[in-house]
Design a protein around this ligand. Structure first.
Ligand code: NAI
Ligand code: MG
Length: 497
């Protein structure tokens, strides 16, 4: 396990010597320590990224050359899938099969952006027609420069890949700050990238706390673009830092994603998607199915079926075979989720099942929790809980369902289920969210745009849109005529005439 900072291709200790404990959330044991970077370390990392960018060792390569390195990274990740997946479980708590899935998706993300890097070569210089035919104009895409990327703890390596792969494909250099809670696999990515042939200084990885490491990164004048995934509070603070130097910014923040189930739906299918939507990754998912709106004709039946299934879920250490729900990521998330469950009870929602899971004496375990008859103005209906807690409410008409679904400060994802295709299409268009699933919930594809409306963020990751985040657009216009342009002569004519 790595513990140092990866700066300019070398592993170095934090200048202050400070360290952060790595805690296994299933055992509550300290299993390792990582460096705690501060402003001086961040400055060294940003300088390395800026020198690498200015030297053109990466930004000056063709897309095809960069694609080769990105494919090597993907291959090296794949070759280490089992080891990386186990590190993820140790750090984050998620079940091992889900961690393997993350690692495979991270490798796929590098392969996908390798393809887009190659396409950049072909797309270079798109000609456009302007209104005066003596001029020719073309548009070229160039890397935005030095990127500062800050990521959360829920999908540690995958969230790194979502930012690193497109930024490198575009030709940017970067400083990545993983979450202090789950940095192990991101550190391995430094080693993997180096062995894949990435030049020194192109990708720097610094571990540290938000205020002491994240904040100086967001404020550094040599950062051209900030890319962030995490909470709304921190996202807002980062936007304020970015404002000072007018830094380019993309934000992927939280959600409170609704799932609208109409009465003609297959209840078993609905239950299966809701279970997956709220209980995979312990519900620590920005797009989690956290608000479920069910037509009153099937509401009680669905709540009962959901309770039956939720009670069957095997809870335990993510390393153990057959476990479907691991511990929450750390003590503070555990306290936050249990606090919100207590709030829900105080607010008068019906607690169908769940709460603290005390069968296992150690670890931050919360049982699958279902609240029914939740008031639309309550805290648990409006706030992101980020845990295995689902809130249900009934509705009696399509317009009421849409109104309730959209009554949120978030707009990341939403879902609708019905056998009536026309209704699904209508509702999908009426939902104010960046991602809408019809008859399913959560499937995510690297080819399709990911991001939210309202307080869920700014910009889109993944697909072509994810690459555009890291590209500047430049027009190059030339005058192709040998005759005089004539503007001055015309002005003179006008004045004398
Ligand atoms: P956070 O948003 O504070 O942390 C995310 C990242 O931002 C981490 O790398 C952290 O070190 C960094 N950071 C924190 N403060 C910073 C600052 N002032 N400047 C620059 N970087 C900073 O999230 P946290 O505290 O880990 O979790 C709190 C809540 O946020 C969760 O309970 C959950 O509701 C939400 N959350 C949402 C996520 C999402 O994907 N939408 C992911 C993680 C958390
Ligand atoms: Mg941990």
């Amino acid at each position: 396990m790595k513990s140092e900072l990866f700066i300019n291709g070398a592993w170095v200790a934090a200048q202050s010597g400070g360290m952060i404990d790595v805690i296994d959330p299933a055992s509550e044991q300290v299993v390792h320590q990582i460096a705690s970077a501060e402003a001086a370390d961040i400055d060294a990392a940003v300088k390395a990224a800026k020198s690498a960018f200015d030297a053109g060792t990466w930004s000056g390569m063709t897309g095809a050359e960069r694609a080769k390195v990105l494919r090597n990274i993907a291959t090296n990740i794949e070759a280490r899938t089992e080891e990386l997946a186990r590190l993820e479980v140790l750090d984050n708590g998620k079940p091992l099969p889900e961690a393997r899935w993350d690692i495979e998706d991270a490798a796929a993300c590098f392969n996908f952006y390798a393809g887009l890097a190659e396409e950049l070569d072909a797309e270079d210089a798109q000609n456009i027609t302007v209104s005066d035919d003596r001029f020719t104009t073309r548009v070229v895409k160039e890397p935005v420069g030095v990127v500062g990327a800050i990521i959360p703890w829920n999908f540690p390596l995958l969230m790194a890949a979502w930012k690193v792969a497109p930024a490198l494909a575009a030709g940017c250099t970067m400083v990545l700050k993983p979450s202090e809670v789950t940095a192990l696999t991101a550190l391995e990515l430094g080693d993997i990238a180096q062995k894949a042939g990435l030049p020194d200084g192109v990708l720097n990885i610094v571990t540290g706390f938000g205020p002491s490491a994240g904040q100086p990164l967001t404020e550094h004048p040599d950062i051209d673009k900030l890319a962030f995934t995490g909470s709304v509070t921190t996202g807002s603070r980062i936007m304020q830092s970015a404002a000072k130097d007018i830094k380019n910014l993309s934000l992927e923040l939280g959600g409170k994603s609704p799932f609208v189930v109409f009465g003609d739906s297959d209840i078993e299918q609905a239950v299966e998607w809701i279970m997956f939507g709220i209980f995979w990754n312990q519900g620590e998912v920005c797009s989690a199915t956290s608000r479920v709106l069910v037509e009153d004709t099937i509401y009680e039946k669905l709540v009962a079926r959901l309770e039956l299934e939720a009670r069957k879920i095997t809870i335990g250490d993510g390393m153990d075979e057959g476990v479907l729900l691991g511990p929450l990521v750390n003590k503070s998330q555990y306290d936050k989720v249990l606090g919100l469950i207590a709030t829900g009870v105080e607010e008068g929602a019906r607690l169908v099942c769940g709460g603290a899971h005390t069968d296992i004496c150690k670890g931050y375990f919360v049982a699958p929790t279902i609240f029914a008859d939740v008031d639309e103005n309550s805290v648990i209906w409006q706030e992101e809980i980020f845990g295995p807690v689902v809130c249900l409410k009934s509705f009696s008409s399509e317009s009421e369902a849409v109104r309730l679904a959209n009554d949120s400060e978030f707009g990341l994802a939403a879902a609708v289920m019905s056998k009536d295709d026309a209704r699904c299409e209508r509702v999908a268009r009426a939902l104010r969210a960046g991602i809408v699933w019809i008859n399913c919930s959560q499937p995510t594809f690297v080819e399709a745009p990911w991001g939210g409306y309202k307080k869920s963020g700014i910009g889109r990751e993944l697909g072509q849109w994810g690459l555009n985040n890291y590209l500047e657009t430049k027009q190059i216009t030339r005058f192709d005529d040998n005759s005089p342009w004539g503007w001055y002569l015309k002005q003179a004519d006008n004045q004398t005439g």
